[in-house]
Design a protein around this ligand. Structure first.
Ligand code: GRF
Length: 205
């Protein structure tokens, strides 16, 4: 059992969030920008990447945010990797965790440390097109509507309770690139909005 956080879960009255990434980090950037614009009253206490060279780490550093690299390949087991992530988050007083392009399945040690407090963003209208390359899957299936889902994370792949969704039309002329650009624009608006709503709801109870 991982010990509860000793660190304060607010900083200057702002709830602390942790962001997990594996790559580009454009959704991380959307959170950084929403905080900077005053639209999201929160502090990103730490950005954790399982990939040492993830470009999102540079975005975090540019935003003055602490970064931690926990390379899953260096851990003896999935549980050990999950426990290390949980400890890094708890140590910094994180209250809400956002998976923003984090390409690992989350296991019990991390889920137990943050019950109903881990969000994931996925580029489809779940339960359609879970897993990898959701945008390519939508193009291949010739659907006319796809979208973005923000959901709570459980032990399943993209299967936890849905918190918010927004539809994005697939145009006949769309390539994966043009559709991805419109989906990402929606993601960058939806994720900060959901984080804001969730933090507000949790502060109110
Ligand atoms: C996003 O499309 C997100 O929905 C999915 O992974 C992608 C991450 O993009 N889970 P970025 O790293 O935030 O730019």
């Amino acid at each position: 059992m991982i010990q509860p956080a000793m660190a304060s879960s607010t900083a200057g009255g702002r709830p602390q969030i942790g962001v997990l990434i594996s790559g580009r980090g454009s959704n991380l950037q959307a959170l950084i920008d929403a905080i900077a614009r005053g639209e999201l009253r929160a502090r990103i206490a730490v950005v954790i990447s399982n990939r040492p060279g993830a470009p999102g780490l540079v975005r975090a550093e540019a935003g003055g945010i602490e970064t931690v690299v926990l390379d899953h390949r260096t851990f003896s087991s999935r549980d050990a990797f999950d426990r290390a992530i949980a400890m890094a988050l708890l140590d910094r007083g994180v209250r809400l965790v956002c998976l923003a392009g984090f390409m690992r399945l989350v296991g019990t040690p991390l889920l137990d440390a943050f019950p109903n407090a881990i969000l994931n963003i996925h580029p489809s209208l779940l339960p359609a097109f879970p897993g990898l390359d959701a945008i390519g899957q939508a193009i291949a299936a010739r659907v006319t509507i796809t979208g973005v889902t923000v959901h709570l994370v459980d032990e399943t792949l993209d299967g936890g309770p849905i918190v918010a969704q927004e539809a994005v039309p697939v145009l006949p002329s769309d390539t994966e690139e043009t559709l991805a650009a419109r989906i990402h624009a929606v993601e960058h608006r939806l994720l900060p909005a959901v984080v804001r709503a969730l933090l507000a709801a949790r502060t109110a109870v």
